[in-house]
Write a protein that binds this ligand. Structure first.
Ligand SMILES: *Cc1c(COP(=O)(O)O)cnc(C)c1O
Length: 407
């Protein structure tokens, strides 16, 4: 059987149109965009500035200067948090975020905490949606930044970004959003939604890997993490990756062009997959919000079936699991735990990340595989025996460690 890729939250393939747009800059147009004394440099500079303008327009930014190119969203997230923290006066040392953010946010926040910054995590409900009243309660005089993702990469939950932006602005606090999973799917406009900083990553929307950007509202100054030639208004030094930048803008253009059609198609495929699972397989639980989720995301727990074993059984389908076994530890997803999914169900979770290459026929193949393997693996599960005998599985304890599925 031909392999099926259903892990589009982890990465996406490069769009052939994007590759074509990049090719001249990988071959002949090799100039350094900082060397504008000659045509080689000027040609590269022109390409970069056109891309910057395209991305600014895409995000609804007021000015193309507000786009800072980075090596990807991990760097963008680091720059947003540390850039604010390190330039804020000593008395502004408090950052508000969510416990279900990407590790690029969570680990940066933990690092800042070790350096004396205060981090607060806003309450979320069992679907992963932010509690806006709790957000208001967490705001203090010394709050320097609110950082909330637009959509979650494991459970697809979408946050009320514009409402968060409004609250942040009422209090004069900058608002950062990691919009990596949402871009190309949701309609995001940084001015309308009152977003002051926004992280993007090329390889999550059919662009190249190793390129991303941070939108930074004009009047915000960030402490740079990388010092050097003063590129990107002094906020991110280093010779610009011209082919990747051109590819990033092209990928954005294609996403915007195809967004409505592709979203509608993804929703249909997802509906088919969801209905198939819910109607044909017993003991399943949908993780995340039933509606407020990315059109390409499903996350199901198949009770009594270890996620890893199910992935192994369906090895021709590229999926992700909220569980991972190593010889020394049994781990479950921090996102699922944070929304209160019991460990035994978190270990049984599978993330389906749909994308451009997926077809209705592939959904049928995946449903066939699940129908075949889930009951078979269940019959082999000692937990299933215990459950059938009436033992309360939730009370059994699991040895747990942090684990992140690749986002
Ligand atoms: C993938 C991802 C990142 C990291 O992006 P890279 O460009 O791979 O560094 C950050 N946040 C979210 C939500 C992601 O899905």
């Amino acid at each position: 059987m031909k392999p099926i890729y259903m892990d589009h939250h982890a990465t996406t393939p490069l769009d052939p149109e994007v590759l074509s747009a990049m090719m001249p800059y990988l071959k002949t147009a090799f100039g350094n965009p900082s060397s504008t004394t000659h045509d080689f440099g000027r040609e590269a500079r022109q390409a970069v500035e056109t891309a910057r303008q395209q991305l600014a327009d895409w995000l609804g930014a007021a000015d193309s200067d507000e786009i800072i190119f980075t090596s990807g969203a991990t760097e963008s997230d680091n720059l947003a948090l540390k850039g604010i923290a390190y330039r804020s006066p000593d008395e502004k040392n408090h950052i508000i975020t969510l416990a279900i953010e990407h590790k690029a946010i969570l680990d940066t926040a933990k690092y800042l905490q070790k350096q004396g910054y205060e981090i607060s995590y806003v309450k979320i409900d069992s679907h992963g949606i932010i509690d806006l009243d709790d957000l208001r309660r967490q705001i203090k005089k010394n709050t320097a930044l609110i950082s909330v993702q637009a959509a979650n990469s494991e459970i697809g939950t979408m946050q009320p970004i514009a409402e968060i932006g409004a609250i942040a602005h009422e209090h004069g606090i900058p608002f950062h959003s990691d919009a990596v999973q949402a871009l190309g799917k949701l309609d995001i406009n940084v001015q309308r939604d009152k977003i002051d900083m926004l992280s993007i990553s090329g390889h999550k929307f059919y662009g190249p890997k190793g390129i991303g950007a941070l939108y930074v509202r004009k009047d915000l100054r960030l402490a740079p993490l990388i010092h050097g030639g003063g590129h990107e208004r002094g906020m991110r030094s280093g010779t610009l990756n011209v082919p990747a930048i051109v590819g990033l803008a092209k990928a954005a253009e294609i996403c915007e062009r195809d967004r409505e059609k592709e979203n509608a198609r993804l929703l249909q495929l997802r509906q088919k997959l969801r209905q198939g699972i819910e109607s044909q397989i017993e003991h399943v639980q949908l993780n995340g919000h039933p509606e407020k989720r990315l059109p390409n995301n499903l996350n199901f727990s198949f009770a009594y079936v270890e996620g890893e074993s199910l992935m192994l059984a369906c090895r021709d389908v590229a999926l992700s699991s909220g569980s991972a076994c190593t010889s020394t530890s049994l781990q479950s997803s921090y996102v699922l735990r944070a929304i209160g999914v019991p460990d035994f169900l978190a270990h049984c979770s599978i993330r389906f990340g749909l994308g451009k290459s997926n077809t209705a026929e592939q959904i049928d193949i995946v449903l066939d595989l699940l129908r075949k393997h889930v009951p078979r693996l269940r019959e082999m599960s000692p937990l299933y025996d215990l459950a059938k005998a009436g033992v309360d599985i939730e009370q059994l304890s699991w040895k747990d460690h942090d684990h992140d599925i690749h986002e």
